[in-house]
Design a protein around this ligand. Structure first.
Ligand code: KIV
Length: 274
């Protein structure tokens, strides 16, 4: 009998599919995506959803932190991803401080990302102000993904890119934050860099799915940064990161071959000339 690929989605995932996947114990696959050619590749893959992450500021623009991401940057990259993507659900990050402004300005920022083509918005943090903002946005019909644990926009307050929730009190706080985000109406929550037991406790306590990065296999899904997991950069190698391809090696070999052939007049050959 002909095998049908089990994982390849044919219709765009919705927020309801996130919950259904959790209920059915089907892992959610998420990857960051920042541009059209990557989106074209993901479109042909079984990946469920993409995050136009503010990590674009680091991975693509070479900044030292995600604090440098701007609304213009996020809109431009969201639009490029939207043009290339397939049935994947698209979540865009609200950049640094863009929900710490007036309600009117917050709504304007969110509107820009949704009109760029995002299906949902990710917001870092779960303090009372963030939860209130999230609740207001959800009431206005905007799907929101939360993000707790190591929240890179707060890197300076956290004192660096460190594992969160190692102490019992911190772990309890993370659980309360996750529950507050669920109560505010988030359809899913990213948990970044926390110990396995903390990720497990939070995942069991919530009805909405958790998506982990550096949070063990206990979460309902996983997310990794495109350039990290494809080995397109080799400088940043935290313990949680698995490199699934040697992207840089493959590309470097191509670049060297091209330079060599041009230098030795081996390219273009007649077949590449008019
Ligand atoms: O911006 C990003 O890439 C993220 C993921 C690490 C979750 O927020």
């Amino acid at each position: 009998m002909r095998q049908v690929p089990v994982n390849h989605a044919t219709k765009t995932m919705t927020i309801h599919d996130f919950k259904r996947k959790k209920e059915q114990h089907t892992k959610i696959t998420m990857l960051t995506c920042y541009d059209y050619p990557s989106a074209r590749m993901i479109a042909e893959s079984p990946i469920d959803c993409v995050l136009v992450g503010d990590s674009v500021a680091m991975a693509v623009h070479g900044h030292a932190s995600t604090i440098m991401a701007t609304m213009d940057m996020m809109v431009l990259h969201t639009e490029a991803v939207v043009r290339g993507i397939g049935p994947q659900f698209i979540i865009s990050d609200l950049p640094f401080l863009c929900h710490r402004v007036s309600d009117v300005d917050t709504v304007q920022n969110v509107r820009k990302l949704l009109q760029a083509g995002a299906h949902a918005i990710k917001i870092e943090g779960a303090d009372p102000h963030a939860c209130q903002t999230i609740a207001t946005l959800v009431t206005n019909g905007i799907p929101i993904m939360g993000h707790i644990g190591l929240t890179p926009q707060s890197v300076h307050q956290l004192g660096g890119y460190k594992i969160q929730g190692k102490e019992e009190e911190q772990a309890q706080q993370l659980l309360q934050q996750a529950q507050a985000l669920e109560a505010a109406g988030c359809f899913a929550v990213v948990i970044e860099c926390v110990p396995k037991h903390v990720a497990g406790t939070i995942t069991k306590a919530l009805k909405i799915p958790t998506i982990g990065i550096g949070a063990s296999v206990e979460t309902d899904g996983q997310v990794l940064v495109w350039h990290d997991m494809l080995g397109l950069q080799t400088e940043f190698k935290p313990r949680f990161l698995k490199q699934f391809a040697n992207g840089k090696d493959v590309l470097m070999a191509g670049i060297h071959k091209y330079a060599d052939q041009v230098q030795h007049a081996q390219f273009p050959t007649p077949e590449h000339a008019y």
